[in-house]
Design a protein around this ligand. Structure first.
Ligand code: HEM
Ligand code: HEM
Length: 184
């Protein structure tokens, strides 16, 4: 499970393409795309949808007992892809200003992506089948126990950060739409 780094390469490629489009937008408009106008706003919305997918889809698949659509490993790869590309688009949405709750939301976003990389590292220490079940392994039982405990500890940090992030994102979105869009 999570053999190779395919999802990381795909995310990198997507980021290069998105950077190209962003560069083109700057070139054509001769300004950094403002967060509240068509391009910057679009980046925020699409990036946020990716982040919502990251927050929900893998967990739903992990907990679904009856319907088993697709391998867990594929869903985790997709989680990582959208968990990198979504935040990157949101970063380009900010127009590089980080005031108030929107700035705090950006900080939480950076923290969760960073935490995701740590989680991915610990996760790959535990040998599994393609469907996510842990394998009895050649690793010593002690090392395996240690890795499992570390992953459990990581979950107790990563999940609340994700929740705080979405609460703060919804406050930002509500306030931004109210003040910057509807009251214009
Ligand atoms: C996690 C997701 C998001 C983050 C981290 C984020 C972050 C930010 C940041 C840092 C700014 C600049 C604030 C400043 O001027 O100092 C901003 C502006 C803005 N955001 Fe977001 N944003 C997110 C998602 C969204 C979404 C989904 C929408 C719309 C549905 C949105 C709408 C806006 C608008 C309209 C502005 C411009 C506000 C203004 O011109 O004063 N944001 N955002
Ligand atoms: C917007 C960014 C992200 C959010 C909101 C997010 C959210 C979550 C949540 C809620 C879980 C718990 C899933 C569950 O057990 O039900 C999770 C697990 C995980 N995430 Fe993320 N994540 C993000 C980005 C990332 C990134 C960038 C990576 C890797 C580079 C990553 C790697 C992982 C791993 C390895 C797990 C553990 C899977 C497991 O134990 O089954 N995440 N994430």
């Amino acid at each position: 499970m999570l053999r190779g780094n395919r999802e990381l390469w795909l995310a990198f490629l997507a980021m290069v393409l998105i950077t190209g489009v962003y560069g083109l937008a700057i070139f054509l408009a001769r300004e950094i795309p403002p967060a509240g106008e068509l391009f910057g706003h679009g980046m925020g919305i699409v990036g946020f949808i990716f982040m919502l997918m990251t927050e929900t889809l893998y967990s739903l698949r992990k907990r679904s007992r009856s319907v088993k659509w697709g391998r867990m490993s594929t869903w985790l790869q997709f989680h990582i892809f959208t968990g990198i590309v979504g935040p990157y688009m949101v970063l380009l949405h900010t127009s590089w200003k980080f005031n108030g709750i929107a700035g705090a939301t950006t900080l939480l976003t950076v923290i969760i992506v960073f935490s995701g990389f740590i989680g991915r590292y610990i996760f790959t220490r535990i040998p599994r089948t393609m469907d996510g079940l842990e394998l009895e392994s050649a690793l010593s039982q002690e090392a395996l126990k240690h890795a499992r405990r570390l992953l459990a500890l990581w979950h107790t940090v990563h999940i609340p950060i994700g929740m705080a992030l979405f609460v703060s994102a919804f406050v930002h979105i509500g306030a931004a739409l109210y003040y910057a869009t509807f009251l214009k």
